[in-house]
Each structure stands twice: as structure tokens, then as C-alpha cells.
Write a protein that binds this ligand. Sequence first.
Ligand code: ZN
Length: 135
Amino acid sequence: MPERLDEVHHIGIAVTNLEDAKTIYCDILGLECIEEKTLPERSVKVAFLETGNTRIELIEGIGEESPVTKFIDRHGPGVHHLCFEVSDISRVLAELAASGVRLIDETPRPGAEGKLVAFLHPKSTTGVLIELSEK
Ligand code: ZN
């Protein structure tokens, strides 16, 4: 098997209201919120919650045109993407493209945590949006 994806780094969850979602995940379920930020260039507000080696990323769309708002319009709130760590994101993207995987990002870009990220198209990955994040 080719060495491409490492462990799951986080699970993204689309929410309609970040504060309400934090009440559920932090105050009731007891996860710790370790970082929160607004990314106007991506039209989202995010909160990262820690749970062992994996994190939960709560994502609220800003405005009607936000991809997360559109996702919720189509599917309702819920699991939005899985993020896997990779050691060399450019190599993995090139290999996946060569294998016929449809890429949303042809080249990596800075993600919510400042690391290089890229998304794979869910049509190529059994309906699941997959994010790659360079270690
Ligand atoms: Zn993510």
C-alpha cells in the first residue's frame, strides 16, 4: 500500500451557531476548546476542541455564500469533513491526482491552523470531503 495518509488530525462539524455548538460540546459533553478564530477570507468561524490525539473542528459559515452555509442548506448540520495528516502534501496531491482522484485544491494553501492544507473532492472519496494537512 502506498504511504500517503497518517492519522486523523480532526473531524470537521458544520454548525449553524458556534456558541450553541460550544455549549453542547464543551459545557455538556465536556471537551476543551483550545482555539477559536474567525477566517473572513474563508467565510467561516471555527473552534477547535481537544479529544485525545484527535480534534473536533466546529465550523460556522459566515453569510449565505459561505461553503459551510451552503453545505448546511443542502445536508443540514453535521459531519462536514475528515482531516488526515500527511508528511509531504505536495507529493501526496500529485500522486492522488495521478491516481484519478479529483482535487478541490490543486495546490496546498494555508488552513485554519496555519498549516498547509488541501481538500479532495467528495465525488472521488465516497461522498466524504477529505482535508489533508501537512504535519
Ligand atoms: Zn478542517
